[in-house]
Write a protein that binds this ligand. Structure first.
Ligand code: PEP
Ligand code: MG
Length: 619
C-alpha cells in the first residue's frame, strides 16, 4: 500500500528583509552547480560550425587566462602566477585539443560534450597519480573545463529552468544569476548569505522582487517543491506553513500588492520640480539602474514618462547605471560597439534627462566566474583599479561612453576612486579616448560632465583635492559604510554591525558635501542610504543636491521630501553630529524629530531595516 507522504513540519527562519513584499509558492533549491554537457549527435552540416565554436572558446580561454596571469604576476609575484602558466599549457595542449576536434568531426559529438569528457578523463588520470603535484593539477583541469563549458553552453538557457513560478532558495546568489532568474518566473529569493546592501539585495529592491538575505543556514533545510512563505515585510521565511498561516498571508499579500508605492499617486504637478521640501528647496531625483535587465529599464522608463513635463519632456534621469552587470551576465567583456549600442539606447530612451554611466565596477561581490580569486576581494582588485590595469578594456569603454554622449545627456562616473593619482590617470585615459575619436572623426560631447564616486574613506577625507578635477561628486554610501566601519556589506554574520547611520559615516558624508560646496560642484548620493527613510532628514539637512534611488523608491522619497523643512533638518544634522557617538543615538534623535512633527508613520518603512539576528525558530 502506498502511504501518503508525511506532511513536513513547519520551520521558520528569521533573516533580513532585503526587498519588500510577500511571496508564496514552491521552493526551487538552487545550487551553484558545476557545468556538464549533454551528448547528442550533430548534423553533418553543423560539424564545421561546432569546430569553429570550440576554437573560439579556446582562444577566449587563452586570452582570459593570460589576463589573469599578468595580474597575478603583478600582484603576487611569479610563484603564484605559475598556476596560470600551467593552465595556459593545458589549454594549449595540442594532443587534447586535436582529440576534441577529431571527436567533433568523426564522432559528431557536440563541442561541449567532447570538452567535458576529454578534460574529465584527463582529470581522472591526474587524480590517480602518485605525485601530489600532479594530483593538485587535477583542479586546474576542472577550472579549464568549466571555463570552456561556460563559453560553449548558453548560460541563459542553462539557468532559466524554473518550470513553475518559484521562490529561489540558495546559500548565495550572484547578481548575474538573480537577473537571469527574474527572466524566468522567480517569485522571490531567500539566501543564507548577503546583507542589506549586497548587490543581489539592491537588485531585488530595484526589480521589486521580495527577498530575504542573511538566513544563515536555512537553505539546507529546504527542498525543491516545499511550500514557502517569504515575508519580505518582517524578514521571515516559513517552510511548509499550516493552512491557517498560509491563508492569513494570502490575504496580506493581496493587501500589500494593492497598496504599493503607486498609491502615493503622481509625484509632480506640471511645471513643478520633481521634488522639493516644504520650504521650497529643490532636491533633484534620479534613478539607479540595474543594467542588463530589460524589466528594470522598462520600469525606470515608465516612471520617467509618468513624471515628464506637460509637453512630454523627461526630467527623471539615471543617477547611476551599473554597467558592470552586463559583464557579469555574459561572463565576458563586451566589445566597444556592443557597449556603445547599449549606452546609446539608454541615452535615447531617457533623453533629455541625464544618464550617468559608471565605468565597470567589477570585483568585491561582483566577480566574473573563473577569474583570479582573492582572499580579500573588497579590498582588492576592484573598480577603477581594474580599469587602470587594463588599458584596452578601459579605453574601449570610455570610447563607447563618449560616442553615446553625442546627444548631450550622458555623464561619466568613475567608481572606487581612492587616490588623486588614480583619478589623474583615469582622466588621462579619458583624454586619450577623446583624441582617438577626434582622429577617427566620431562625434562626442566635449562637455560631457565627469564625476567620481566618493565611497572610500580616503576620497571623502581628501575630497578637497579631488573636486577641482571633476564636474560633480556622488556619494556611494554602501561602500563608504563598509570601508569606514570595516564591515563587509555582504557578510551575513556581521550584518547587524553594518550601520549606515553611524556618526563616523555621517561625518564623512557631511565633510564631502561641504568640500563640494566649497569647490562649487554639485553633490549627489547614489548609495542605498538615499532610500532609507530615516536618512532623508539628514540628506536634506546636509544640503545634498541630488538623490538617486532605485525606481521602486522614487515616489515614496519624493513624498517624504515634501514633508520636511530644510532649516529644521539642518538644525537636526548639526546637533546630531555634535552630540551623537553611536548609531543608536542618531536613530533616537531622528525618531524624536519625526515624532514631534507627527511624521513617524510616513517614515515607517524602517521596518525593512531592522537587522534581525538570524536564527532558526522551530515550532
Ligand atoms: C555604493 O557603494 O554606494 C554604490 C552606489 O555602488 P555599488 O553599490 O555598486 O558598490
Ligand atoms: Mg560602491
Amino acid at each position: 500500500m502506498i502511504r501518503p507522504k508525511e506532511p513536513k513540519e513547519t520551520l521558520r527562519f528569521s533573516g533580513i528583509a532585503a526587498s519588500r513584499g510577500i511571496a508564496i509558492g514552491p521552493a526551487y533549491r538552487y545550487f551553484r552547480a558545476l557545468l556538464y554537457a549533454e551528448d547528442h549527435e550533430l548534423a553533418l552540416s553543423d560539424v564545421g560550425h561546432e569546430i569553429e565554436q570550440f576554437d573560439s572558446a579556446v582562444r577566449k580561454a587563452r586570452q582570459e587566462i593570460e589576463k589573469v596571469r599578468r595580474v597575478a604576476e603583478q600582484k603576487v609575484g611569479t610563484p603564484a602566477s605559475s598556476i596560470f602558466e600551467a593552465q595556459m599549457m593545458m589549454v594549449s595542449d595540442e594532443f587534447i585539443l586535436s582529440t576534441i576536434r577529431q571527436r567533433i568531426k568523426q564522432e559528431r559529438k557536440p563541442a561541449a560534450f567532447a570538452v567535458d569528457t576529454e578534460f574529465s578523463a584527463h582529470k581522472k588520470m591526474l587524480e590517480a597519480s602518485e605525485s601530489p603535484v600532479m594530483r593538485e593539477r587535477a583542479d586546474d583541469v576542472e577550472d579549464i573545463k568549466q571555463r570552456l563549458l561556460r563559453y560553449l553552453l548558453d548560460r541563459q538557457k542553462w539557468l532559466s529552468k524554473l518550470e513553475v513560478p518559484s521562490i529561489l532558495v540558495a546559500e548565495s546568489l550572484t547578481p548575474a544569476d538573480a537577473i537571469l532568474f527574474t527572466q524566468s518566473s522567480m517569485l522571490g529569493f531567500a539566501i543564507d548569505g548577503g546583507g542589506l546592501t549586497s548587490h543581489v539585495a539592491i537588485l531585488a529592491r530595484s526589480l521589486g522582487i521580495p527577498a530575504l538575505v542573511a538566513l544563515h543556514s536555512a537553505a539546507e533545510h529546504i527542498e525543491t517543491g516545499d511550500t514557502l512563505i517569504l515575508d519580505g515585510e518582517r524578514g521571515e521565511l516559513i517552510v511548509c506553513p499550516d493552512p491557517e498561516t498560509q491563508r492569513g498571508y494570502e490575504q496580506e499579500q493581496s493587501f500589500v500588492l494593492g497598496s504599493g508605492v503607486e498609491a502615493l499617486g503622481l509625484i509632480v504637478e506640471p511645471g513643478e520640480p520633481l521634488a522639493r521640501t516644504a520650504d521650497a528647496r529643490e532636491v533633484k531625483l534620479l534613478m539607479n539602474l540595474e543594467f542588463g535587465s530589460e524589466v528594470a529599464v522598462l520600469e525606470a522608463e515608465r516612471l520617467s514618462e509618468a513624471t515628464a513635463t506637460a509637453d512630454g519632456k523627461k526630467r527623471l534621469g539615471l543617477g547611476l547605471v551599473r554597467t558592470e552587470h552586463f559583464l557579469l551576465l555574459h561572463d565576458d567583456f563586451p566589445t566597444e560597439d556592443e557597449q556603445n549600442e547599449l549606452y546609446l539606447n539608454l541615452a535615447e530612451r531617457f533623453y533629455p534627462a541625464w544618464v550617468t554611466l559608471r565605468t565597470f565596477d567589477v570585483g568585491g561581490d561582483k566577480v566574473l566566474s573563473g577569474t583570479y580569486r582573492e582572499d580579500n576581494p573588497f579590498l582588492g582588485w576592484r573598480g577603477l583599479r581594474i580599469s587602470l590595469d587594463e588599458p584596452d578594456l578601459f579605453l574601449g569603454q570610455l570610447r563607447a561612453i563618449l560616442r553615446a554622449s553625442a546627444r548631450g545627456n550622458v555623464k561619466l562616473m568613475f567608481p572606487m576612486v581612492t587616490t588623486a593619482d588614480e583619478l589623474e590617470r583615469a582622466l588621462a585615459f579619458l583624454q586619450e579616448a577623446r583624441n582617438m575619436l577626434h582622429a577617427t572623426g566620431d562625434a562626442y560631447d566635449e562637455h560631457m560632465p565627469v564625476g567620481i564616486m566618493v565611497e572610500v574613506p580616503s576620497a571623502a577625507i581628501m575630497a578637497d583635492s579631488f573636486i577641482p578635477m571633476v564636474d560633480y561628486v556622488s556619494i556611494g554610501s554602501n561602500d563608504l559604510t563598509q570601508y569606514t566601519l570595516a564591515v563587509d556589506r555582504g557578510n551575513d554574520l556581521i550584518a547587524p554591525l553594518y550601520q549606515e547611520l553611524h556618526p563616523a559615516v555621517l561625518k564623512l558624508i557631511r565633510g564631502t558635501v561641504e568640500a563640494s560646496k566649497r569647490g562649487g560642484k554639485p553633490i549627489s548620493i547614489c548609495g542605498e542610504l538615499g532610500s532609507y527613510p530615516l536618512a532623508t532628514p539628514l540628506l536634506v539637512g546636509f544640503g545634498i543636491d541630488e538623490i538617486s534611488v532605485s525606481p521602486t523608491a522614487v515616489r515614496s522619497l519624493a513624498a517624504r521630501l515634501r514633508l520636511l523643512n530644510y532649516t529644521e533638518c539642518k538644525e537636526l544634522t548639526d546637533r546630531l553630529l555634535a552630540e551623537c557617538v553611536s548609531p543608536e543615538e542618531v536613530k533616537r534623535q531622528i525618531l524624536q524629530f519625526l515624532s514631534e512633527r507627527h511624521l513617524i508613520d510616513v517614515f515607517s518603512e524602517t521596518t525593512l531595516r531592522s537587522g534581525f539576528g538570524a536564527r532558526l525558530i522551530k515550532k
